[in-house]
Design a protein around this ligand. Structure first.
Ligand SMILES: NC(=O)c1ccc[n+]([C@@H]2O[C@H](COP(=O)([O-])OP(=O)(O)OC[C@H]3O[C@@H](n4cnc5c(N)ncnc54)[C@H](O)[C@@H]3O)[C@@H](O)[C@H]2O)c1
Ligand SMILES: O=c1ccn([C@@H]2O[C@H](COP(=O)(O)OP(=O)(O)O[C@H]3O[C@H](CO)[C@@H](O)[C@H](O)[C@H]3O)[C@@H](O)[C@H]2O)c(=O)[nH]1
Length: 430
């Protein structure tokens, strides 16, 4: 059986390689020809640990191939996984143009039954809408099923997450189609949640919004902790032992970023608005997240006595470690603000490069942490890359003009930093 993955970005490439590992023949299709040629040559167009090895293995085994011709891609496959993007529009709703275009492409070119599996994160009701778009695009009526199968992988650990999912959610109107999706994943050991398509679509939003809420909760408490001489990191440990709370996603910082949480929480709020429902808790989750980096900058201004003319070393650009993804990265908002305040910036990231919109005469990217902190008036940690926790801080202090460290991810040992002579501030640990 041949499977087609439409849209080979983060989720599509991971899905394609998972399917190849599971023994299926896989075709990858994307409208971005540069991605197709990079992937065909064994090069990932983004950074994701472990995925490049899988790509080269399955290219050489001829289990996977990447195509630019949509007609061939649709005609040669029995199952189509939709993995295209669903970015935010100005009003917070999801931009459905890519989903619609794939649906119409399938409808247009299919000549026999297809099972269509929707992995993109989509508003509730999309499965129904996709059925309609495919039907309308068909030249003659050919049967097909559309199943919702949301993806829960995290960037930076996409390979592990794809092979060890916490659950596989299948939303289908047809038992036979749900069984077929289960059969595709049969070698993966995971609980299954088989439900209605709308429920599957909502599970994805509910999961991301819940995790975002956990983070904003800790970030808001961090602001109080700063006032009462209590460490938010100690609070996370103390509450995390309660299995009803859990240890994960309690890390206070400068806010959540990435291609999912910001857009998915906003999309859920938009869905609620369309149904005259007020999700006030989630509105606050967004508000806390959008003001968290400003709160952090206020602490910097207070301690440094202003930013004008200061040299600030920014450690970390990507929205989290293990990826070069800069989508909604808090570091970018931070840097824009610092530049507006007439600070000069020296930046470092192990894999991500400064985006074009931040190229400015007052900003320079260095390859080493040492060069980045040299002559700085303050260091700001924006991403919890392990190399920042393990850097030789006892030596780096000699290179700085002023030994202030603002730890936006609480990765350093504050007491040790102070003992080495730093003016150290960890968010919620101040
Ligand atoms: N990135 C993640 O960690 C993650 C995790 C779970 C779910 N998701 C969801 O999965 C979806 C994809 O996310 P992503 O991060 O992989 O996006 P991405 O931007 O990395 O990839 C999307 C790809 O779709 C391609 N595309 C657009 N229109 C197309 C078309 N008509 N036909 C074929 N290809 C087309 C684009 O060129 C791009 O390569 C989104 O809905 C996202 O919310 C993402
Ligand atoms: O305790 C924490 C945990 C995370 N974050 C931040 O939250 C953001 C998102 O992190 P993470 O969830 O690890 O990364 P993503 O790759 O965006 O994965 C999320 O979004 C994906 C897309 O929907 C889902 O599939 C995943 O299950 C979900 O974890 C990052 O900026 C992190 O720095 C914190 O601030 N504190």
């Amino acid at each position: 059986m041949k499977t087609l993955v439409a849209g080979v970005g983060y989720v599509g490439t991971t899905t394609a390689l998972l399917l190849a590992e599971l023994g299926w023949k896989v075709l990858g299709f994307d409208t971005d020809n540069s991605k197709i040629s990079a992937l065909s040559n064994g090069t990932l167009p983004f950074y994701e640990p472990g995925l490049d090895t899988l790509l080269r293995t399955h290219l050489s085994n001829a289990n996977i191939c990447f195509l630019v011709d949509p007609v061939q891609a649709i005609r040669e496959s029995q199952v189509v996984f939709i993995c295209v993007g669903t970015p935010s529009l100005e009003d917070g709703s999801s931009d459905m143009r890519y989903i619609r275009s794939v649906a119409e492409m399938i409808g247009n070119h299919m000549q026999e039954y297809k099972l269509i599996v929707m992995k993109s994160t989509v508003p509730v009701g999309t499965q129904k809408q996709v059925v309609q778009w495919i039907s309308e695009a068909q030249i003659s009526s050919i049967p097909f099923d559309v199943v919702s199968n949301p993806e829960f992988l995290r960037e930076g650990s996409a390979v592990y997450d794809a092979f060890h999912p916490d659950r596989i959610v299948i939303g289908s109107d047809s038992d036979a189609a749900a069984q077929q999706v289960k059969m595709i994943y049969r070698d993966i050991d995971s609980p299954y949640v088989v439900t209605k398509p709308a429920t599957a679509e909502m599970i994805k939003y509910a999961a991301n919004a819940f995790l975002a809420a956990k983070i904003s909760y800790m970030n808001e408490l961090a602001r109080l902790c700063d006032q009462i001489d209590v460490s938010i990191s100690d609070i996370a440990v103390g509450i995390g032992y309660d299995p009803r709370i859990g240890k994960s996603f309690l890390q206070a910082g400068i806010g959540y970023g990435g291609s999912c949480f910001p857009k998915d929480v906003k999309s859920l709020l938009h869905i609620a608005k369309e149904h005259d429902t007020n999700l006030s808790l989630l509105q606050q989750v967004v508000h806390i997240n959008e003001t968290q980096y400003q709160y952090f900058i206020e602490q910097m201004v207070r301690r440094l006595g202003g930013l004008d003319g200061k040299i600030i070393a920014v450690l970390g650009l990507s929205f989290k470690p293990g990826t070069d993804d800069l989508r909604e990265a808090p570091s970018l908002k931070m840097i824009s603000h610092l530049l507006q305040s007439e600070a000069a910036i020296q930046v470092h990231d192990p894999v991500a490069a400064l985006p074009e919109q931040l190229l400015h005469k007052n900003i320079v990217q260095f390859e080493s942490i040492m060069d980045t902190v040299r002559q700085a008036d303050a260091v700001v940690i924006c991403t919890e890359w392990p190399e920042y926790a393990s850097a030789s801080w006892s030596d780096l202090i000699q290179l700085m003009r002023n030994a202030a460290v603002f730890d936006g991810r609480n990765v350093l040992d504050g007491e040790q930093m102070k003992a080495w002579g730093y003016d150290y501030y960890g968010i919620g640990n101040g």
